[in-house]
Write a protein that binds this ligand. Structure first.
Ligand code: GH3
Ligand code: MG
Ligand code: MG
Ligand code: MG
Length: 399
């Protein structure tokens, strides 16, 4: 079976064999045609358009099998295909070719002038359909050009789609990265939020958290007209503890005391917070003064059972604390800070009366009670003024 390559240029004679090259070659044509008369005709037509297609390189083969072989070896820009070949007939020829070379534009050359067949061929991937006896030079040339252009356009579209798919993929990756970062930021935010309302040293609620919680508990108490209690707690002679046992041991002591308080408060609505320094505060919603005093005793007993050695306390060998208890049923002109003032006053009374005690107001006077003995220690009238204590300062407060 014969194959031949030729490049048509103005100087070339019409030839059925041999290879002729004219550089640069821009379009590589595979002609699959068994009828040498037709081959002659096609080449003649192509030659007649020589000036415009002088960059066409034509490879001629006479059977589908050899054509497929050439396609496997070489890159072609367009295929001119006769449907009636020694080894394949009719539409099957096109189908077998398209199976091996689906992306190369194919122009079908046939003797049949049948619109239905033409439609079928186009449907199965042929770019164009030419009836041999109607082939004219301009028709063949423009068909080849259109087929190549159409294929290039398809190729460009494919490249465009691939680029689009790549950029979509990159975008998706970016989105995934952003999602991941967002998740880790959310985690950090959660952690930071916990820090904002939790004390770094002891892990219990800090002053911010306490104030928020008190505000909410206060509103509930207002609405329900239930008593709400606070216990202000201050470790006794803690400066001396640090001085004698060191600041690090002081920190450990604060952690142990905080944990003990936390364990003592078993009702879900009760809350213990570190108010600042060596001071703590308990919020006890829906709690009468008697119940609050019992809870204060429990907290004090918790510290006693820790038995933390205090070499420099004026009142004990162990770490102790003083407790100020206050209880109100909120009235419309009250605010939560009034409850805080009252608890702080009571704490001051407990300190003034020897420390390691609980003080609370029971009209008409303050009651001071020892923790360890669980018995009434003394009573004293309400002072004309008392001290409002904050972690860093003390102020006069008129009663
Ligand atoms: P009082 O019985 O009157 O309460 O005397 P005090 O020594 O406990 O009270 P004072 O206000 O004089 O001192 C409080 C001490 O608490 C001083 C301060 O160094 C210590 N303190 C506050 N915060 C911390 C802390 O986070 N860690 C440690 N180790 N000590 C702290
Ligand atoms: Mg044929
Ligand atoms: Mg203090
Ligand atoms: Mg203290």
């Amino acid at each position: 079976m014969q194959t031949e390559n030729m490049v048509l240029s103005p100087a070339d004679p019409i030839s059925l064999s041999g290879e002729h090259y004219c550089k640069p070659v821009s379009s590589n044509v595979l002609l699959i045609e068994d009828n040498l008369g037709d081959v002659f005709l096609i080449k003649k037509v192509l030659l007649a358009t020589e000036k415009k297609i002088s960059k066409l390189r034509i490879t001629h083969v006479e059977s589908l099998a050899v054509g497929l072989q050439r396609l496997a070896e070489e890159q072609f820009d367009v295929i001119l295909l006769d449907l009636g070949l020694p080894d394949s007939q009719g539409i099957d020829t096109l189908l077998r070719l398209r199976e091996k070379a689906p992306y190369i534009p194919t122009v079908v050359l046939t003797d049949l002038d049948d619109d239905a067949v033409a439609a079928q061929l186009i449907q199965h991937g042929a770019q164009a359909y030419l009836v041999k006896r109607h082939i004219s030079q301009s028709w063949l040339k423009s068909t080849i050009n259109l087929a190549i252009a159409g294929s290039k356009k398809t190729e460009q579209q494919q490249q465009h789609s691939q680029a689009l798919a790549r950029s979509n993929q990159a975008l998706q990756q970016q989105i995934d990265i952003c999602k991941h970062e967002l998740e880790s930021l959310k985690e950090k935010l959660k952690h930071l939020s916990a820090l904002v309302s939790n004390d770094g040293l002891t892990g219990i609620t800090n002053r911010n958290g306490f104030e928020e919680y008190l505000e909410q508990a206060w509103i509930n108490a207002c609405l329900d007209q239930n008593p709400i209690s606070l216990i202000m707690i201050d470790l006794d002679y803690f400066k001396q503890f640090n001085d004698s046992r060191g600041h690090l041991q002081g920190d450990v002591c604060l952690q142990q005391v905080a944990r003990s308080f936390d364990e003592c408060l078993t009702r879900p609505q009760d809350m213990i917070a570190r108010y600042g320094g060596e001071e703590f505060v308990a919020v006890l919603p829906d709690t009468s003064v008697q119940d609050a005093v019992e809870i204060a005793k429990k907290l004090g007993a918790g510290i006693s059972s820790l038995a933390i050695r205090h070499p420099n306390s004026a009142i004990s060998r162990w770490v102790t604390a003083s407790f100020g208890v206050a209880t109100v049923i909120p009235q419309s002109d009250d605010s939560s800070s009034s409850l805080l003032y009252k608890a702080d006053k009571a704490l001051y009374i407990a300190k003034e009366n020897g420390r390691d005690r609980i003080a609370y107001f029971q009209a008409p006077s303050f009651v001071v009670q020892s923790i360890s003995q669980h018995q009434q220690f003394c009573t004293m009238p309400a002072p004309k003024s008392a001290i409002l204590r904050t972690p860093s300062s003390r102020k006069q407060l008129s009663l």
